[in-house]
Design a protein around this ligand. Sequence first.
Ligand SMILES: [Zn+2]
Ligand SMILES: [Zn+2]
Length: 350
Amino acid sequence: MTRHISKFHPAHPVVAPFATAGMLALALTLSGCGGDGATSSSSSSSTSSSSSSSGGTTTTAKLSDLMVSSELLTPVTTKSCTLSDGTSSTCYSFQVDEMPNAHSIGPWCPTSDAAPGGYFVDDVANLKNPSGKDEEVQVTVAWLKTLDSRLGWSIVNADGSVNITTDAELDKIATQEVNNWTYAQAETSGIVNHCIQAAPTAKTMTIEIPATPKVASSNTAVTSLPGAGIALDGILLFPPEPVARITAFRNLAPLDSYGGHTGFAYDYHYHRARDVPGVPDAKTKIYGFMFDGFPVYGATEPDGSAAGTLDNCQGHSTTALGYHYHSSNSFPYTTVCVTGAVASSMKRTG
Ligand SMILES: [Zn+2]
Ligand SMILES: [Zn+2]
């Protein structure tokens, strides 16, 4: 059994720029896993909480020291930039290809009992998990059969085969999800009762992140950004996947064991902060940086102690670390907003 799909894993960064700015705008617009309206409304307009008033807003963590250089297309440099609050600042700038070099990707969808897929949250709200809990489960053929029987779906066929999207069908999925089709519409013209997967393609993205982060007067919902931040291995960190929008069409979009999968722009991104090669000890140490420049740690403080009370964006300030975010082992896993000003160049479209 091949546990991981390796053929999509380039030995070296592959630069495949978008052909036109228009394509880039379209691709970013369609990278719908980041466009989860269900999680953004509660935080998009709230002001930052007490996090900014105690412990200061400085951070000792330097992005330029921590990014894994072998995963970057260009070294981290600094440049002048304008922030989302209109002020001039200095930003780190570097390019990534949105593909991991240190680990393979997948699997996502199971093909047989002997070849299980990735992981998906078996939740109460959308999948009627009889345990009454939201729990991440491995997507196996057996679990899909359970789901089919529980919900009246038909992802697994009578012969035991699983309906799995082809790469090209991801565009249809994007169309029906982004345009809020009804299930009936998708049943006629789209894709229903499928396990969603597609091979990502390498692409070049320029990341600009404030070198001296500062808390802004209001939070920024990450739905307006191309992701929420970046892991140290150069993969974009996304907010939680929009489960309701996916399962409305009786589809699933599993994550691999690193918490990653392919978005509508055929981009590989993470929805979880997990240990990955080159990013040691993500459970406690810095895993990446949000686009406002503040670091994101694991679910606990670096010494293993509980993270304590967090603000709406899963951040707080401590004397030792300044302002920082935490990932979590349950929803929302990664943050749904950023507290600080972001580089005005970091936009989803344009
Ligand atoms: Zn996603
Ligand atoms: Zn903390």
